[in-house]
Ligand binder design. Structure first.
Ligand code: 4NP
Length: 144
C-alpha cells in the first residue's frame, strides 16, 4: 500500500487489509513515495478513524518505498496517480511494472479513481478515505 507520506492513506489501507486476511498467509505492508515522515507513526486522524472501526494502526512506522519492494511484493497498490507514476519510475522491467495498480480499480476497474489526499483537510476526509479503502480492501481480500 503506497501513498505520498505513509502517514494518512496507506497506513489505513494496510490496517484495513490486514483486518480482512489471514496474516499467516498474506503479508501486508505500506510505504510512502516521499521521505518527509520516515519513522513517524500514522497521523492522529488516521489512527482515530481506524480505532472507530476497531483497527489499531498505532504501531506502524512510516518508511519510504524502495525499488527493492518490487522483489518482496506481488502487488503494489498506489493511492493516486502521482503515487502510481512515482512507483513505476522505480520499476526496472515489465514484470515489476505489472505489479503496480491503482487501488480503487479493484472496485471500479479501469477508472483510475484516486484516494484523495486527506492531509490538509478535516476529519470527514479521513472518514471518506476509510470507506473507499474498506470497499477496495474487501474486494482484494475476497479475491486472495
Ligand atoms: P499521505 O498524506 O500521502 O496519505 O500519507 C500526506 C501526508 C503528508 C504530506 C502529504 C500527504 N505532507 O506533505 O507532509
Amino acid at each position: 500500500m503506497v501513498c505520498l507520506g505513509n502517514i494518512c492513506r496507506s497506513p489505513l489501507a494496510e490496517g484495513i487489509l490486514k483486518s480482512k486476511v489471514n496474516k499467516k498467509e498474506v503479508f501486508v505492508d505500506s510505504a510512502g513515495t516521499a521521505a518527509y515522515h520516515v519513522g513517524n507513526k500514522p497521523d492522529e486522524r488516521s489512527i482515530a478513524v481506524a480505532k472507530k472501526y476497531d483497527i489499531d494502526i498505532t504501531n506502524q512506522k512510516a518508511r519510504k518505498f524502495s525499488f527493492d519492494d518490487f522483489k518482496h511484493f506481488d502487488v503494489i497498490y498506489a493511492m493516486d496517480k502521482n503515487n502510481y507514476q512515482n512507483i513505476i519510475a522505480l520499476s526496472s522491467n515489465d514484470e515489476e511494472l505489472a505489479k503496480v495498480k491503482m487501488i480503487l480499480n479493484e472496485a471500479k476497474p479501469d477508472k483510475n479513481y484516486e484516494v484523495p489526499d486527506p492531509y490538509y483537510g478535516g476529519d470527514t476526509g479521513f472518514e471518506n478515505v476509510y470507506r473507499m479503502l474498506d470497499d477496495a480492501c474487501e474486494i482484494i481480500a475476497q479475491r486472495l
